[in-house]
Design a protein around this ligand. Structure first.
Ligand code: BGC
Length: 484
């Protein structure tokens, strides 16, 4: 054989085998879900702004928040002139034009060889005013769901992904337990129509992020800062809302066949530490600022609180140290409650995992790590730790979000392949991991970071809306391959 034939043969063999076996021969069983995840609001803004006929313009906590100004902005203190917390004061507009391009974009999913997609249904666009439901919005999604299924792509719907109607927010939103009934009513209507077709449902996306970012850090609506008691109350109400919706949907026709879960981001913080070797011994020094701040953030992002809730039904959101002081206990930094139904109120657990943040005086990472554009370390291997940790809840698991903000696409390929390797390791060890959803299909609106972050497998040209598969994104085609 001539040299070029050998080269051709090797190339052909590599292509064919990677198509069949994925990276390094890694394969998953045929029922394993390989998908992309996105939120409809992040990809499309509000439905009514597309000139769709309808009496009302949808308004939400997020469209309201875009117009707000604050003196406290995490990035710079705006003492004299209040400013928006949204990067560059950008507006979402139509973002990646989801509502115009949804059907056409199915080919992007197919091109990546996915068999599933996770997206949100938007309450604010459906129940535009209290009790006023847009049935054409449901029609739109029924159509979308049909098209996905026809193309061999299984839909997973999230019912609350950070956005809810402004009228609901103005009634107190999730700060009031009696408002849970509104959420229940909305979820039931959606399930009534789509429950026969959609088998995978996430009630609420990242309740701990909703409460911490909205009521402690002020970077999500309603932009409250250091309001620990409200943060705890909102978290409790979101978790109770999940339990209530789970019960309602399970009791409806189609409920038995549906898998209903909640999605949690396992966001944790550690002080920067380094080890010093001396002749006599070895010791570790922790960054003092990090040592103070990390426990505070760990409390704020409620990982332990949420796990305990789903394990035991007990809810305890108590700020470290000061929350236990007799003077403050029970006043503003601890919320304690119980919901005995919690441990039996989910069929699967959705895990969003991005990073373990290293806290120092400035955003940092260790020398063997790389920083993502979000200024936290790229940590694809954490999917394994996350699966092991959440397996303690004893339910099937999905990685519902995992991805990297990487505008220059330098680290994405490596990120995806490493994540695949570690999900596979967990799978091989017998953990009940049923799917992996990459965040996200295409560049979109990254909340308070607006359009500055690029998580997409596809880049989106903001002027022409052209979608271009990034070289790092194309790696996903041959990863998480199933045996059929
Ligand atoms: C959220 C997404 C977000 C992603 C990347 C998650 O917290 O669910 O909406 O875009 O992280 O930051």
């Amino acid at each position: 054989m001539k040299m070029f034939q050998v080269v051709n043969f090797v190339l052909l063999f590599t292509l064919v085998s990677s198509a069949i076996f994925g990276t390094e021969g890694i394969t998953f069983p045929d029922h394993f879900l390989k998908g992309c995840s996105f939120s409809t609001y992040q990809n499309g803004g509000h439905f009514s702004s597309y000139g769709n006929p309808g009496l009302f313009t949808a308004k939400s906590n997020w469209s309201w928040f875009e117009d707000q100004k604050t003196h406290f902005n995490m990035k710079h203190l705006a003492l004299f002139k209040p400013t928006s917390v949204i990067e560059g004061q950008q507006k979402i507009g139509h973002s990646a034009e989801f509502y115009d391009r949804a059907l056409d974009d199915i080919k992007l999913l197919k091109n990546l060889q996915t068999n599933a997609v996770r997206f949100s249904f938007e309450w604010a666009d459906y129940e535009v005013e209290e009790g006023v439901f847009r049935e054409d919005y449901l029609n739109f999604f029924e159509n979308y769901v049909d098209a996905l299924i026809k193309n061999g792509i299984q839909p997973m719907i999230t019912l609350h992904h950070f956005v809810h109607p402004l009228w609901f927010e103005q009634k107190g939103g999730f700060t009031k337990s009696e408002n849970i009934d509104y959420f229940k009513r909305y979820c039931k209507r959606v399930f009534e129509r789509l429950g026969g077709k959609v088998k995978l449902w996430c009630t609420i996306n990242e309740p701990t992020v909703v409460s911490a970012c909205g009521y402690i850090l002020g970077i999500h609506p309603p932009g409250k800062v250091f309001n620990f008691n409200l943060a705890g109350t909102v978290l409790l109400n979101l978790l109770n809302a999940h339990v209530a919706v789970y019960k309602e949907l399970k009791a409806m026709p189609g409920g038995h066949d549906a898998q209903i879960g909640i999605v949690h981001q396992l966001l944790t913080f550690q002080p920067y530490q380094h080890t010093i070797n001396t002749l006599i011994s070895q010791f570790t020094i922790k960054n003092p600022i990090g040592s103070l701040v990390a426990p505070f953030f760990n409390f704020a992002f409620g990982n332990e609180t949420l796990k305990e809730f789903f394990k035991t039904g007990r809810f305890n959101y108590t700020i470290p140290f000061i929350g236990k002081l007799p003077l403050w206990s029970g006043r503003f930094c601890n919320v304690v409650a119980e919901n005995p139904d919690a441990p039996k109120s989910f069929d699967f657990f959705g895990i969003n995992i991005y990073s373990r943040v290293i806290v120092s005086t400035k955003p940092t990472c260790y020398p063997n790590q790389v920083m993502t554009d979000m200024e936290y370390p790229s940590s694809p291997e954490l999917v394994y730790d996350a699966i092991v940790e959440m397996s303690k809840l004893g339910k099937p698991m999905y990685i519902t979000e995992n991805g990297i903000a990487d505008k220059h696409d330098t680290h994405r390929a490596q990120f995806i392949q490493t994540a695949e390797k570690y999900v596979h390791k967990a799978f091989e060890e017998g953990y009940d991991i049923r799917g992996y959803f990459y965040w996200t299909l295409m560049d979109n609106y990254e909340w308070n970071d607006a359009f500055t972050q690029h998580f997409g497998l596809y880049a989106v040209n903001r002027d022409t809306q052209e979608r271009t598969l990034r070289p790092g994104g194309s790696v996903f085609k041959d990863c998480f391959v199933t045996t059929v």
